[in-house]
Design a protein around this ligand. Structure first.
Ligand code: NAD
Length: 485
């Protein structure tokens, strides 16, 4: 293997092609996604159909036997080299991510940094056989066998991290992997595929772009063994249904409506500085953003006033604005959905603590909306019940612990939940009563490549990341050895 610096240079402003069997290829039809900060069309990308899918799946299937035979250490070396090659292209990737996702520089750099760390830390993980019984007569163990061809279906909000977070565990555990990015954000994925083609054997990592008809071609394909899907709950249900036809292995990372419960004993000024960004990060377009904020009635007014000041300090601006903290909503479809929720403000007479419905004079190019807090709306209002996935959040009042637990759990969603208090024992006890795949005390965003991430209830099935995530890319095998005949 040569040095990373000797690899061919990647062009981040043209030549966006599929990566199939380590070759770059286009399709008869192309399409363009939109820069959400400017509403301008970005570069043409392939529109893959059945022939491209069949070709990629065949290449992945052909690459699987040799890839599976490598040791964990050998596969880890490829992943580490891939991380180095990504790092060598960081600037180009960051500029592209800012454009396609509408991310201010801090957010784009943060996503790429975490994606790199994710690959490097994942490379340290190993799946060992688990010996259950070993005596003179017999040995019984549990083994984890890669499933074969895996496909990662990824949404538009974290186009790099959510793809890389599937790729690393999938290929490390011995599978081959096809990455299907969202049609709204295909650019960084295609370039990450081009970089992967410089590192991995052909067919091990491939990327296919397309329109909304592409996902179902994978979920129904007979030679795909596993789908790891991240996206909305509504699409997740369709994916599950489609996978049933060929009994695929399935991980679903779906929507959230995370509750944060703030107790009366917190230092308000300190906690608002943490909760403000955790509610509005990426303009509310993170599955695990705080989406329902329950504040104890004793500190409600003081907390809300302080939170409003924090939110007012967030600068809203496009991908190119170095001072911006909040960017636009990522696409016109989501923009229309979130604007519809904003229009309920006047219809339902919701009290606005900061922000509000955009007025005519706010209109500028780009899918921008003012960060907005709704002050104590009814529990059955749309802003409490639905996942907004935009920069608007309800703040709600609570008094009684049993009651707030019941309200926080009164949803089909169950991605994350947090409790904030100086009394750690009380907070931990309360947090353990919340129905969610991740619970946090005095935080809401702790993540690690070693710790699984996923949802309960309609927020998902199975988990990605860590040893638990890697086991999700494997079939479990029971192995019995009789020591005498
Ligand atoms: P989406 O469900 O519309 O699309 C997700 C992906 O699925 C895209 O790549 C899309 O092209 C593809 N797709 C669409 N229809 C398909 C079908 N029938 N079969 C197969 N694939 C299909 O979601 P989105 O709007 O891109 O993302 C926003 C949602 O994702 C939010 O609900 C958010 O909470 C959720 N999300 C969850 C997590 C998590 O880890 N739990 C992380 C990020 C986002």
């Amino acid at each position: 293997m040569g040095s990373i610096t000797d690899l061919p240079k990647i062009d981040f402003t043209s030549n966006f092609q599929n990566i199939i069997g380590n070759a770059l290829s286009s399709t008869p039809e192309t399409r363009q996604a939109v820069d959400p900060s400017t509403e301008e069309l970005l570069y043409p990308v392939p529109v893959s159909k059945q022939p491209e899918v069949d070709k990629a799946v065949s290449a992945a299937k052909a690459a699987f036997p040799a890839w599976r035979e490598l040791s964990f250490d050998e596969r880890a070396q490829y992943i580490l080299r891939y991380a180095d090659a990504i790092e060598a292209n960081l600037f180009g990737l960051q500029e592209l991510l800012m454009k396609e996702a509408g991310k201010p520089v801090s957010n784009a750099a943060g996503e790429l940094g975490f994606a790199l760390a994710h690959l490097r830390e994942t490379a340290k993980l190993r799946l060992e056989d688990e010996v259950i019984e070993d005596n003179e007569e017999r040995k019984a163990s549990v083994r984890y066998i890669p499933v074969g061809v895996g496909v990662g279906i990824v949404p538009w909000n974290y186009p790099v991290l959510l793809g890389v977070g599937k790729l690393g565990p999938a290929v490390l555990s011995g599978n081959t992997f096809i990455w299907k990015p969202s049609p709204y954000s295909p650019y960084t994925a295609l370039k990450l595929g081009e970089i992967a083609a410089q590192i991995f054997p052909p067919g091990v990592v491939q990327v296919l772009s397309g329109d909304e008809s592409l996902g179902p071609l994978f979920t129904t394909h007979p030679d795909v063994a596993k789908i790891s899907f991240t996206g909305s709950t509504a699409t997740g249900k369709k994916v599950m249904q489609a996978c049933a036809g060929t009994l695929k292995r399935l991980t679903l990372e779906l929507g959230g409506n995370d509750a944060a419960v703030v107790c009366e004993d917190v230092d308000v000024e300190k906690v608002v500085q943490k909760i403000g960004p955790m509610a509005f990060m990426h303009s509310g377009q993170i599955c695990m953003d705080i989406k329902r904020l329950y504040i104890h009635e004793k500190i409600y007014d003081q907390f809300l006033a302080a939170l409003v000041q924090v939110v007012k300090s967030f600068k809203v601006g496009g991908g190119g604005d170095p001072e911006a903290f909040l960017g636009p909503v990522q696409n016109s479809m989501q923009f229309a959905k979130v604007k519809d929720l904003y229009s309920e403000i006047s219809k339902q007479n919701w009290q606005v603590a900061v922000g509000g419905e955009p007025v005519g004079s706010d209109k500028r190019k780009g899918f921008f909306l003012p960060p907005t807090i709704i002050d104590n709306p009814p529990d059955d209002s749309r802003i409490v019940v639905e996942e907004p996935f935009g920069p608007i959040m309800p703040v709600l009042k609570w008094r009684d612990e049993d009651d707030v637990v019941k309200r926080a759990n009164n949803t089909n969603m169950g991605l994350g939940a947090s409790v904030w208090s100086n009394d750690i024992a009380r907070a931990e006890k309360l947090a353990k009563r919340l129905e969610a795949g991740s619970i946090w005390v005095n935080s809401h965003f702790e993540l690690s490549p070693y710790v699984p991430f996923g949802g309960h209830k309609w927020s998902g099935v199975g988990m990605d990341w860590g040893i638990v995530g890697m086991k999700g890319w494997c079939n479990t095998q029971a192995s019995w050895v009789r020591k005498t005949i």
